[in-house]
Design a protein around this ligand. Structure first.
Ligand SMILES: [Zn+2]
Length: 204
């Protein structure tokens, strides 16, 4: 049954009491299967609640990661490097918080170092830590940019995301070929139109 462990959400600083255990989630999936009109005890469906629960566990793994901690380790032996750093086209899968439908997209993450850089894989891990949660693309974009800005304290940050939302491509209004583009520019990316244009040209 429910554990009474207090889990601290690193982003919203909310405490969640009594997180349901795996058996409760499996029972909920079984309820949905019954509600569909299916027999959850037939052979093809018997393992489905366990599989679906594991899939959601993977989809929500971001809640167990602290994005700020990922960026803590930076290094400054960079010979005065002070130009744009851009990690391009980072693929991610998320779930929209309104429909729990897939958001499939790519993120371009850029910053202008101010004496310190991070390992490039850390930028991808920050994207992953925020993507593997229930999300809104605008919020995801802002969270990635804000975290890099707060922890690394660069001269500026630019984040651009392009993603398709299955809540509108495969259901709802069924507009299959649409994607949503969002961006957040901070510091010199916000102030310097040339730098912003250089970054955007690298996202084409
Ligand atoms: Zn949605």
């Amino acid at each position: 049954m429910s554990s009474n462990v207090l889990a601290l959400d690193p982003i919203r600083n909310l405490h969640h009491e009594g997180k349901p255990d795996r058996a409760e989630v499996e029972a909920a999936v079984r309820t949905i299967i019954r509600w569909s009109g299916e027999n959850p005890d037939r052979e093809g469906l018997i393992e489905t609640p366990a599989r679906v629960t594991r899939a959601y566990e993977e989809a929500f793994v971001g809640y167990t990661h602290d994005p700020a901690a990922i960026l803590q380790k930076s290094f400054d032996e960079i010979e005065g490097y002070d130009e744009l750093v851009v990690l391009r086209g980072i693929r991610f899968e998320s779930l929209c918080e309104h429909h729990m439908a897939p958001i499939l997209g790519r993120a371009w993450v850029a910053y202008m170092p101010d004496g310190r850089v991070v390992g490039i894989s850390k930028l991808a891990r920050v994207v992953e830590a925020f993507a593997k949660r229930l999300q809104v693309q605008e919020k995801l974009t802002a969270q990635i940019a804000n975290t890099i800005d707060n922890v690394l304290k660069p001269r500026g940050v630019g984040v651009l995301i392009r993603a398709s939302h299955h809540c509108m491509t495969t259901r709802g209004v069924h507009k299959a070929d649409t994607d949503l583009v969002t961006s957040r520019m901070l510091g010199c990316f916000r102030d310097d139109p040339l730098l912003r244009a250089e970054f955007l040209s690298l996202t084409a």
